[in-house]
Design a protein around this ligand. Structure first.
Ligand code: SAM
Length: 385
């Protein structure tokens, strides 16, 4: 439905405004009217660049509706006018009727009943993970019985969220997240969702295969490492993730300019369909123990990714068969440690005592608990046959 424009008459400034900063005296511009829903409230439609000026001017006149937001009308902005603004008020710009943008609370916790909020003031979670359309949130014991209210507040606050789940931790060999649904939109309880990570899309179900958005920034660096190694070796390279989950390392690392072989493996059978969906068609996909697969491989790889934080280091020595001989190769991984960088260096060197480590880089990413941190490691190796 087209918006209705009031009659436009010349703007009469109540106070003199210097011509240079008084857009009211600039060339008369009539914006083409945008199409919008039900007409409810008068808005002054001004060129985008003049928004700040007109907002201030309307505020000074007492005509600005401060509790409502400003409409984005492409090259124009619709500034809400209040009831004090006379019906014959006009400027060289049009007054159009738009649905008011009612700005809600800034934080989701402001949507909780006030008394409840105050009762547990220090216990409300300050962060949560968003996985596609799903929010995954940890609840302390003191507020666990408010799960439904919390879920509804989050759904109300984040219109793109469809499911809110309590995170009961990562469990078992498959490191799968135990999720308890606490609220859903339109009764859609499916855990299947799509995440966008560093411009790439992946399909997943966080209740059946491990996925965490927390290492997304770390994964961003993988494509650069791949590109650099490919250039150093002067060829397209083969990349491999023996503990692939739904494949975020490989998805981030893959670039058709630099990669021509992919192997993805995960012990969890539920990972296979997601790896098939998320990786290029030429990828080889397996479902077995990474160490067993190492003994049956017919191909070799230039980079392998290892994200099995509790056991990454202890698995390393059994992963050498994945790597190509007589050239530079890389192992890129993440490990948990409570003894720090120096101890990790010693452990990694011990695992490759027979081989030539060209370079080893270890960085602390963040602390996991008071005693433990997660570290990233990049090992440049030269393996002799
Ligand atoms: C922490 S998750 C990492 C998944 C993925 N690389 C990522 O970063 O999202 C570890 C994965 O290793 C798989 N896994 C555990 N032990 C394994 C093993 N011995 N061989 C192959 N995969 C294993 C689990 O099923 C899980 O998907």
């Amino acid at each position: 439905m087209a918006c209705k424009a009031d009659v436009v008459i010349e703007w009469m400034s109540p106070i003199p405004i210097p011509t240079s900063n008084n857009p009211g005296f600039a060339a008369i511009l009539k914006p083409s009217l945008p199409l919008h829903g039900p007409s409810h409230m008068r808005h002054l439609s001004v060129p985008k660049k003049e928004t700040a000026y007109w907002r201030e001017e309307l505020s000074r006149l007492g005509f600005l509706e401060k509790s409502h937001g400003i409409h984005d009308l492409n090259q124009f902005r619709g500034i809400p006018l209040n009831d004090k603004c006379p019906s014959d008020f006009s400027t060289k710009y049009e007054i159009i009727h738009l649905e008011p943008i009612v700005s809600g609370p800034k934080k989701w916790i402001e949507r909780l009943p006030r008394e409840l909020y105050l009762l547990h003031k220090d216990d409300w979670p300050s962060s949560f993970d968003q996985i596609g359309e799903i929010i995954v949130i940890k609840l302390s014991d003191s507020i666990a019985n408010q799960a439904e209210t919390i879920g509804q507040a989050l759904l109300e606050h984040f219109p793109s969220i469809r499911l809110v789940c309590e995170d009961k931790g990562v469990k078992g060999d498959y490191r799968v997240r135990d999720l308890n649904v606490i609220a859903s939109r339109n009764s859609n309880l499916s855990f299947d969702t799509i995440v966008r990570e560093n411009g790439k899309m992946m399909q997943l179900d966080p209740s059946s295969v491990y996925y965490s958005p927390r290492l997304a920034t770390e994964r961003q660096k993988l494509s650069k490492l791949v590109k650099k190694l490919s250039k150093r070796l002067g060829k397209k390279i083969a990349i491999c993730d023996p503990y692939a989950g739904i494949g975020p390392n490989l998805v981030n690392a893959y670039d058709k300019m630099y990669v021509n072989q992919i192997l993805a493996n995960d012990l969890n059978p539920q990972a296979t369909p997601y790896l098939t969906l998320n990786l290029p068609e030429f990828s080889e996909i397996y479902c077995t123990d990474a160490r067993d697969l190492a003994t049956t491989l017919s191909k070799k790889y230039d980079i392998i990714f290892v994200n099995l934080p509790h056991d990454s280091i202890s698995h390393l020595s059994e992963l050498s068969p994945y790597l190509a001989y007589s050239q530079e190769t890389m192992i890129v991984g993440w490990a948990l440690s409570d003894t720090g960088v120096n101890d990790l260096i010693t452990q990694i060197n011990d695992q490759f005592s027979q081989d030539d480590i060209i370079d080893l880089r270890i960085d602390e990413i963040k602390s996991y608990s008071p005693s433990q941190s997660i570290y990233s490691f990049i090992i440049h190796l030269y393996l002799s046959p």
